[in-house]
Ligand binder design. Structure first.
Ligand SMILES: CC(C)(COP(=O)(O)OP(=O)(O)OC[C@H]1O[C@@H](n2cnc3c(N)ncnc32)[C@H](O)[C@@H]1OP(=O)(O)O)[C@@H](O)C(=O)NCCC(=O)NCCS
Length: 178
C-alpha cells in the first residue's frame, strides 16, 4: 500500500454503500478480541450508519487516495448511539449550553487500523462541536472503541449492557471536556 496521506471530507449520501461495507467489516473483525460471535451478531442491531448525521453534515470520511479508510461523526441531536435500524432514536436538538455533544458511529477499515484514522476523525468532531458552542462531548463506546477514546482523553462514566439485539452487548458511556 502506498504511503499517501490521509485526507478527510464530509460524507455524502453517495458514500453510503462504501461506508456500510466498511462498517460491516469493522464490526465483524475488530470486535473479535472483545465479543463472541453471537454478541457480534447482536451488536449489528445497535451499531451502524445513522443517515441523519450525513444530512446534518456532521459525518466525516477519511480516505487514502481512493480507498475509504474510516468514517465517524458527531451530533447535535439527542440519540446517544445506534444506526438507522436501531430502535429508540431521538432526533431532538441538544442545547450546547447545557448538553454534551454526541460522538457517533466511528469505524476504521480493518486494513487501516492503528494509523490514526480514529484519532483524526475524533479531533474533527470535537473541533466542529466546539465551534457550535458545546463544552463537553459524550459517547457510548463498544469495548473495541474504548481504547481509542481513553487515548483521546475520554473517561468512563457508566458500564451497561444493551440486549436489544438478543444477546447482552457490553457498552460504556464516556465523557470529555472540550
Ligand atoms: C475503534 C476504532 C474506530 C479505532 O480506530 P483506529 O483508526 O484504529 O484508531 P487510531 O489508529 O486512531 O488509534 C488511536 C489510539 O487509540 C488507541 N487504540 C486504538 N485501537 C486500539 C486497540 N485495538 N487496542 C489498544 N489501543 C487502541 C491507541 O492508543 C491508539 O494509538 P497508537 O496506535 O499510537 O497506540 C476501530 O478499532 C473500529 O472500527 N472498531 C470496530 C467498530 C467499533 O467498535 N467502533 C467504535 C464504536 S463506539
Amino acid at each position: 500500500m502506498s504511503a499517501a496521506a490521509l485526507t478527510h471530507r464530509l460524507a455524502g449520501r453517495e458514500d453510503i454503500a462504501a461506508m456500510t461495507a466498511l462498517m460491516d467489516a469493522a464490526i465483524a473483525e475488530l470486535q473479535r478480541p472483545f465479543l463472541d460471535a453471537a454478541q457480534i451478531a447482536a451488536s449489528r442491531t445497535i451499531m451502524g450508519l445513522d443517515s441523519q448525521l450525513i444530512d446534518d453534515k456532521t459525518y466525516f470520511v477519511v480516505e487514502q487516495g481512493d480507498a475509504l479508510a474510516g468514517c465517524g461523526g458527531w451530533s447535535r441531536r439527542a440519540t446517544m448511539y445506534g444506526g438507522d435500524r436501531s430502535p429508540g432514536r431521538d432526533a431532538a436538538l441538544l442545547d450546547p449550553a447545557k448538553d454534551p455533544a454526541r460522538v457517533r458511529a466511528m469505524y476504521t477499515h480493518p486494513a487501516f487500523v492503528r494509523r490514526g484514522v480514529g484519532r483524526l476523525i475524533l479531533s474533527l468532531c470535537e473541533g466542529a462541536a466546539r465551534a457550535e458552542g458545546f463544552v463537553r462531548a459524550e459517547l457510548v463506546a463498544t469495548l473495541a472503541g474504548e481504547p481509542l477514546y481513553r487515548a483521546c482523553g475520554y473517561q468512563a462514566m457508566e458500564r451497561f449492557v444493551d440486549d436489544r439485539g438478543g444477546m447482552a452487548v457490553p457498552l460504556v458511556r464516556m465523557s470529555k471536556a472540550l
